[in-house]
Write a protein that binds this ligand. Structure first.
Ligand SMILES: Nc1ncnc2c1ncn2[C@@H]1O[C@H](COP(=O)(O)OP(=O)(O)OP(=O)(O)O)[C@@H](O)[C@H]1O
Length: 243
């Protein structure tokens, strides 16, 4: 399968609530087809950043760029139609619908005319998620947490996004399932999708990423190659429990 990944960038974002800034001139670039993970302590502004990228929160300064084009004026649905897919942390599947129905909805929600017929797209997406192929007629609410997360990601991929934003994808998963999920995330990136994610598990998230962004109190504390961030002494001390 090949999607068409696009770069996602932020340039000097200032955003917050009720006139009180939470993000202070945050900039980043996720290159096309790469994985960028945002890490940071509780309350550092990670959710605020993903909301601003999706258009749920308007920045008071700065821009969001998709493939170099300014998408800051676009609404959340216009951004979805422009190719930004999103998987929220919770309530990301319809539990009373089957897996197949969930996947169909992933395509139906998007107004962009798809060139690939549903069955072909389904096949392409299921190549990335062999684990759910045999569960298509199961009610999504009956699946395990890890499988539900896969359905949510597969559903978002049905719309053939250029960028997939994931909010704490490993939350609530066992260590083994979290590792498996990140293997799938790498597979998704290799298929031609740019991944922008927030992750609590610093080691796992950065370990699977090309680049990283460390937010502290709404400011970019470190950014660059994920492997270099993981090796930085202050990150090892602060987040990884040791030298
Ligand atoms: N809707 C809101 N109204 C007012 N302030 C908010 C709102 N949402 C978040 N904040 C504040 O913005 C700051 C950043 O919160 P945010 O949720 O973006 O951090 P986070 O890094 O995602 O935290 P966590 O890891 O705990 O989810 C916090 O001080 C928080 O209190």
């Amino acid at each position: 399968m090949s999607f068409t990944a696009k770069s996602l960038a932020a340039d000097g974002l200032v955003a917050g609530y009720g006139g009180q800034p939470v993000l202070h001139e945050v900039s980043f670039t996720a290159n096309a087809g790469e994985i960028l993970t945002v890490v940071g302590p509780n309350g550092s502004g990670k959710s605020t950043l993903i909301k601003t990228v999706l258009g749920l929160l308007r920045p008071t300064q700065g821009r969001i760029l998709l493939d170099g084009k300014d998408i800051t004026p676009l609404s959340p649905s216009q951004r979805a139609n422009a190719g930004i897919g999103y998987v929220p942390q919770e309530a990301n599947v319809f539990p009373n619908m089957t897996v197949l129905e969930n996947l169909r909805l992933g395509l139906d929600f998007i107004q962009r005319k798809s060139v690939t017929p549903f069955d072909k797209r389904l096949d392409e997406v299921l190549e990335l998620f062999p684990e759910i192929r045999s569960r298509l007629s199961a009610r999504a609410g009956l699946l395990s947490g890890g499988q539900r997360q896969m359905v949510a990601m597969a559903s978002a991929l049905m719309a053939e996004p250029s960028v997939l934003a994931l909010d704490e994808p490993s939350a609530g998963l066992s260590p083994r399932n979290a590792e498996l999920l990140f293997e799938i995330i790498s597979r998704i990136a290799r298929s031609g999708v740019t991944l922008f994610l927030i992750e609590q598990n610093t080691r796992l998230g950065l370990g699977a990423s090309d680049s990283g962004l460390v937010l502290v109190s709404g400011e970019v504390k470190l950014s660059g190659k994920a492997s270099e961030i993981l090796a930085a002494p202050e990150i090892r001390r602060l987040y990884l429990g040791g030298a």
